[in-house]
Design a protein around this ligand. Structure first.
Ligand code: NAI
Length: 329
């Protein structure tokens, strides 16, 4: 099929072109994201292939349909950036990669937690300047801490197993508790209990109208003083302005985020020579106990391989009339 790949970076081109050798689709790469400004580029295409910060809203969908695009192939798991109602109305299928490497995201979440705790990023810089002092590098044992996990799907489940391996007490919250985890002895609690009892909270639920700003001033008030929050899921789960207030009062002891509410204006780009107009992220960066990465949780060789394979096979399956990994409303 004729595929327009939007928001294409060097690594997308490398992995998609390599794996397409067995699928033989025609790939055209666009650096720009898909949105109302770029949708006019899709006239010749059957398929658009998009990522987390493309905006596939009702207006974009209507124009995609007009241009003859039949399918939106997400090369990610989350689909909060697609207007599914509009896609259904215009008979455009939406497919995704439901689980490409949950381990990649979990390992990154763990890296954020341990970097914040043991301050290895600061130690690295110190040693390069021949500063061998330990002052201000003090951490804590993660062993024995209570860790709350919100969302126990593909990623949250693995996070639960791994953090338990560190000797933590694990509390889980999900609107659909996993029988598998319960059988293994994991404990599900209410969101309120999880917030009250956790020393560390890691977010692994999707962004939707029920989870938007699940971390806000109200929920933060119920948490322990110095709670550590890790978010590798979606930026909109945290009300960033409320988090900044909680960092100022030391309610939040450390914040590790791989995702950010306004990330589409910043992430995946080199802005080192640009003026940053986002004062919220500018403030966040000033806190010594905040660690930000730019949505790289998925970024491993294994995950990129799986993403390219599943996306291309989703498209081939659609062509054969057998839709796989469809996102249903
Ligand atoms: P999943 O769909 O397997 O699991 C999500 C879980 O959240 C489900 O068990 C679901 O029941 C639960 N959930 C839904 N609404 C909830 C609510 N209101 N409260 C509590 N739990 C709720 O998704 P998966 O694969 O585990 O991914 C989780 C999220 O991680 C994705 O939605 C995506 O936003 C993010 N992600 C981030 C990546 C990164 O590179 N940082 C890469 C891949 C995914």
């Amino acid at each position: 099929m004729n595929i327009a790949v939007f928001s294409a970076k060097s690594y997308d081109k490398e992995y998609f072109s390599k794996h397409n050798k067995t699928y033989n689709h025609t790939l055209t790469y666009f650096d720009a994201p898909l949105d109302t400004k770029t949708v006019s580029l899709t006239k010749e295409f059957d398929v658009v292939c998009v990522f987390v910060n493309d905006t596939i809203d009702a207006k974009t969908i209507a124009e995609l349909a007009e241009n003859g695009v039949q399918i939106v192939a997400l090369r990610c798991a989350g689909f909060n950036n697609v207007d599914l109602e509009a896609a259904k109305k215009h008979n455009i299928r939406v497919v995704r990669v439901p689980a490409y490497s949950p381990h990649a995201v979990v390992e990154h979440a763990i890296a954020l937690l341990f970097t914040l705790n043991r301050k290895t990023h600061k130690a690295y810089n110190r040693i390069r300047e021949n500063n061998y002092s330990l002052e201000k590098l003090i951490g804590y044992d993660v062993y024995g801490k209570t860790v709350g996990i919100i969302g126990t799907g593909n990623i949250g489940k693995i996070f639960a197993e791994i953090i338990k391996g560190f000797g933590c007490r694990v509390l889980l919250y999900d609107i659909y508790p996993s029988e598998e985890l319960q059988e293994k002895g994991f404990e599900y609690v209410s969101l309120e209990t999880l917030c009250e009892e956790s020393d560390i909270i890691s977010l692994h639920c999707p962004l939707n109208k029920n989870t938007k700003h699940i971390i806000n001033t109200k929920s933060l008030k119920t948490m322990k003083q110095g709670v550590v929050i890790i978010n590798t899921s979606r930026g909109g789960l945290i009300n960033t302005k409320d988090a900044i207030k909680a960092l100022k009062t030391k309610k939040i002891g450390a914040l590790g985020i791989d995702v950010y509410e306004q990330e589409e204006n910043l992430f995946f780009r080199d802005l080192s020579e640009s003026i940053i107009y986002d004062d919220v992220i500018a403030r966040l960066i000033t806190f010594p106990n905040v660690l930000i990465t730019s949505h790289q949780g998925f970024f491993t060789h294994d995950a990129l391989t799986e993403i390219a394979e599943t996306t291309l096979s989703n498209i081939s399956n659609f062509e054969k009339g057998n839709v796989t990994n469809q996102v249903e409303i």
